[in-house]
Structure formats: structure tokens, C-alpha cells
Design a protein around this ligand. Structure first.
Ligand code: AP5
Length: 190
């Protein structure tokens, strides 16, 4: 059964997982069902089996070609999933040698999304959330670096729209306004 494919992205710590979880619950209460697929988890399971990482935050430090191989395997597996799907992933990943496209041509052509959503907020809020999330090994960066990453994500999302014909939406997830972000995403997905 063909469904809607929606890709949700955002820099680490912006709160995309919180927005997705709230939205899936809200839509489920209304009888609209979406599966939540985490792209990083698909990559991590292969990387862990290969014995090259022990936690998910190590993946962005792997060699570029290794990350590309994992991306390809993840996109091929996710493309086979039917029904309405939310794919929680990254428009780009910050590596030691620069931004790596999260959805390069061979990934976007597998997934062929209907919509790409960018979850964003101010850099100071993102940095504060990274500091307070002790469950993860977060990159601690300056405000300008976080702003540059969010800016790059907007640019690269435009390129993904050119390849796939999808639309691109921006959602703000400001401090203590998670509910507003959930309402906005719900109305896009409904
Ligand atoms: P992934 O697990 O997706 O990493 P991530 O971006 O760090 O995602 P998180 O879910 O941990 O953070 P989040 O931004 O969703 O924030 P959260 O909701 O937790 O990916 C792991 C790895 O996989 C990547 O690093 C990469 O290596 C790899 N990967 C994935 N896709 C890839 C691709 N396409 N290509 C290559 N590699 C890829 O919230 C954070 C905190 O903020 C929480 O404490 C929360 O309570 C708080 N918070 C959230 N919203 C608010 C609010 N409105 N107000 C106040 N606090 C808030």
C-alpha cells in the first residue's frame, strides 16, 4: 500500500525526535497512522554488526566512504517499508572534513519523499539542549557553527527538492513551545 513519505531533519539537539514523538501520538489519537523510522538506527545496526562502532554518536566520525555505505544500505531497507512513514534523519552530518550530505542522490532516489521538514530553532537553545542531554555524546559548538549548519541544511534541502520533486517546510521548535511545533507538523502530515 503506497503512503506518504515524510523526511524530518534538524541539527542534533534541535528536538526533532521530541516533535516527531508528539506528532505521531497526536495523529494516532485522530486515527491517522504513521510509522516512525529512525535512519540512524538502521545505519547503527549494520555498523554495530560490523564491529566498527559501539554507540550511535561514533558514526559521524567514521570514514566518509563507510558512512556512505551505511547510508546506502539504510535507504534501501527503508524504501521497502509501506504505508505512511516518517523518516527521522539528517539533511547533513558534520564530519571532520566538512558537511556530508545526509540524503545524497543515491539515497534520495531510493526514498523519493513527498515532503522534507526542517526542524529549527535559535542556536543558543540548541546548545543548551545539547549540554543538558547527558544520554548522548553531543558536539559542543559555537552559535555561529550551529547557525552555519542550519543554513547549510536549508540549502541542501533545496537540492533534494530539485532531485525528488518534494516540497520543503520549516518548523520552529522554540523553548517550551514544543506543542506548537507538534501542531504545525500534524497539520502538514494530516
Ligand atoms: P540521531 O539519533 O537522529 O541523532 P540526533 O540528531 O542527535 O537526534 P536526537 O534524536 O538524539 O536529537 P534530536 O535533535 O532529535 O533532539 P531530542 O528530541 O532528543 O542520529 C544518530 C546518528 O546517525 C547521527 O549522528 C549520524 O551519524 C547518523 N545519521 C542519521 N541519519 C543520517 C544520514 N542521513 N546520513 C548519514 N548519517 C546519518 O531533544 C534534545 C533535547 O531537547 C531533549 O532533552 C528534549 O527534551 C529537549 N527539547 C526538545 N524540544 C524542546 C523544546 N521545545 N523546549 C525545550 N526543550 C526541548
Amino acid at each position: 500500500m503506497a503512503g506518504k513519505k515524510v523526511i524530518i531533519t534538524g541539527v542534533p539537539g534541535v528536538g526533532k525526535t521530541s516533535v516527531i514523538d508528539g506528532t505521531i501520538q497526536k495523529l494516532q489519537d485522530e486515527g491517522v497512522l504513521y510509522q516512525n523510522i529512525n535512519f540512524g538506527t538502521f545505519m547503527f545496526e549494520v555498523a554495530q554488526k560490523d564491529g566498527i562502532v559501539s554507540d550511535r554518536d561514533q558514526m559521524r566520525t567514521l570514514a566518509k566512504d563507510t558512512q556512505k555505505r551505511l547510508q546506502k544500505l539504510a535507504s534501501q531497507a527503508i524504501a521497502k517499508i509501506d504505508g505512511n512513514v516518517i523518516i527521522d534523519t539528517h539533511a547533513s552530518v558534520k564530519t571532520a572534513t566538512g558537511f556530508l550530505a545526509g540524503l545524497p542522490e543515491w539515497v534520495i532516489r531510493e526514498l523519493m519523499p513527498d515532503i522534507i521538514v526542517l526542524v529549527e530553532t535559535d542556536a543558543d537553545q540548541i546548545l543548551k539542549r545539547r549540554f543538558s542531554d547527558l544520554s548522548r555524546t553531543r558536539d559542543i559548538e559555537g552559535f555561529r557553527d550551529i547557525d552555519a549548519h542550519q543554513q547549510f541544511n536549508r540549502s541542501v534541502a533545496a537540492a533534494y527538492a530539485m532531485v525528488s520533486g518534494c516540497t520543503v517546510q520549516y518548523i520552529a521548535n522554540a523553548d517550551f513551545l514544543l506543542e506548537q511545533a507538534v501542531l504545525q507538523l500534524s497539520s502538514i502530515l494530516r
